[in-house]
Design a protein around this ligand. Structure first.
Ligand SMILES: *Cc1c(COP(=O)(O)O)cnc(C)c1O
Length: 373
């Protein structure tokens, strides 16, 4: 046997996720494993719920972390709320909007697609027009922060329009949570999902979700059982609920939840507002450096995500070679283009713990050297 322990290299993660995990969160992960029904662990799960309510800015009792990555949070929102035959208006301005459509189709529900330009925010007027023509629509779904393009959509306005047309909203906040303003209750979001490995800077594999009272009613009053047993929220909620005896549903990823607890506590200590400001400030520094290097953004300034900087690869530059050099010589990971932008864009993340001055400096210095003729 030549297999030995896996000792990963020490990278700086500035791609579309996972982002850098702080030493504080990593050390929480290494604490002793306890039973998932141990009273001390159950108490910690209750705290995770409260911390998630803070992060999402919601009072929803139906707030928890699904034991699987962001894609499972997406699927949980769709399979629980949408029934076969329902009509869902989905806004598509990137890869993740397209995945929402795939979810709706597999349920046997009908999608009305509001197609937008990649690299731009969702157009509120286009949603309004689609809803006027689709009185039977029950849900509106959109991605708040499109990680594939770096565009931030106006979730508040989109939710207002949806509500005006009596639709519940399903919002992808995988990359937005912790990085830009997100107010679930104030904006009237009905179902929201996120991921642990983007601006929360936790290890990958957990998906925070939250459902409004109205969304919970829809789940409760379904005619047909949710097609996924594992993601059926009426069952999962009994496992996560604070009242009464907690019943076994599945074995929670105990240590990963320690890590999520710690990363959410770090966010609470910093405060959401300061975290949003920090992301914005680091983005401004990075953007100023890109301008000096002649690197151009894909997204217009007002619609840019501070935590995901999508830029065009300069003319005549070898995409793969540059990313390999950054990884091998500088231990720096940046993201490749995705979907329509594959091969002609880079995606540089400033997510959570990675949104720091030293990372911005490293990225700019490394790119300058690698791009020098
Ligand atoms: C990363 C991401 C997802 C998927 O999350 P996974 O944890 O990779 O499953 C979904 N939506 C958006 C906007 C994302 O950035």
């Amino acid at each position: 046997m030549t297999i030995q322990s896996f000792i990963p290299p020490q990278r700086t993660l500035m791609g579309p996720g996972p982002s850098d995990v702080s030493p504080r969160v990593l050390s929480a992960l290494a604490r002793p494993t306890v039973g998932h029904l141990d009273p001390t662990f159950v108490g910690m799960m209750d705290e995770v719920k409260s911390l998630l309510q803070y992060a999402f800015q919601t009072q929803n009792p139906y707030t928890m972390a699904i034991s699987a990555p962001g894609s499972a949070g997406m699927e949980a929102c769709f399979v629980n709320l949408v029934s076969p035959g329902d009509t869902v208006v989905v806004c598509r301005n990137g890869v993740f909007g397209a995945r929402m459509i795939e979810n709706v189709n597999r349920i046997g529900a009908k999608t009305v697609v509001v197609d937008g330009t990649w690299g731009r925010a969702v157009d509120p007027q286009a949603l309004e027009d689609a809803l006027k023509q689709t009185p039977e629509a029950k849900f509106v779904a959109f991605v708040h922060a499109e990680t594939s393009t770096g565009a931030l959509s106006d979730a508040k306005t989109l939710c207002e329009i949806a509500r005006k047309h009596n639709c519940l909203t399903i919002v992808d906040a995988v990359t937005s949570l912790g990085g830009v303003e997100l107010r679930v209750d104030e904006w009237g979001i009905d179902a929201v999902y996120s991921g642990s490995q983007k601006c929360l800077s936790c290890v990958p594999g957990l998906s925070p979700v939250s459902f409004s009272e109205q969304a919970a009613q829809v789940i409760k009053n379904r005619d047909s059982a949710v097609q996924s047993w594992f993601l059926d929220q009426s069952l999962v909620m009994e496992y996560w609920s604070g009242q009464g005896k907690r019943s076994y549903h599945h074995t929670a990823p105990v240590n990963s939840l320690y890590a999520l607890h710690e990363s959410l506590l770090a966010l609470l200590n910093e405060t959401l507002e300061k975290s949003w400001t920090r992301h914005r400030e680091q983005h401004n520094k990075l953007a100023a450096g890109f301008e000096d290097l002649g690197i151009n953004f894909i997204v217009p300034e007002q619609e840019r995500l501070p935590q995901l900087n999508a830029v065009y690869i300069p003319q005549g530059i070898d995409d793969v070679k540059v990313r390999q050099l950054l990884l091998n010589e500088y231990n720096l990971e940046i993201g490749a283009g995705l979907g329509q932008f594959a091969g002609n864009a880079w995606r540089i993340g400033l997510m959570g713990y990675a949104a720091r001055s030293e990372n911005v400096a490293l990225c700019l210095a490394a790119l300058k050297e690698v791009l020098a003729p």
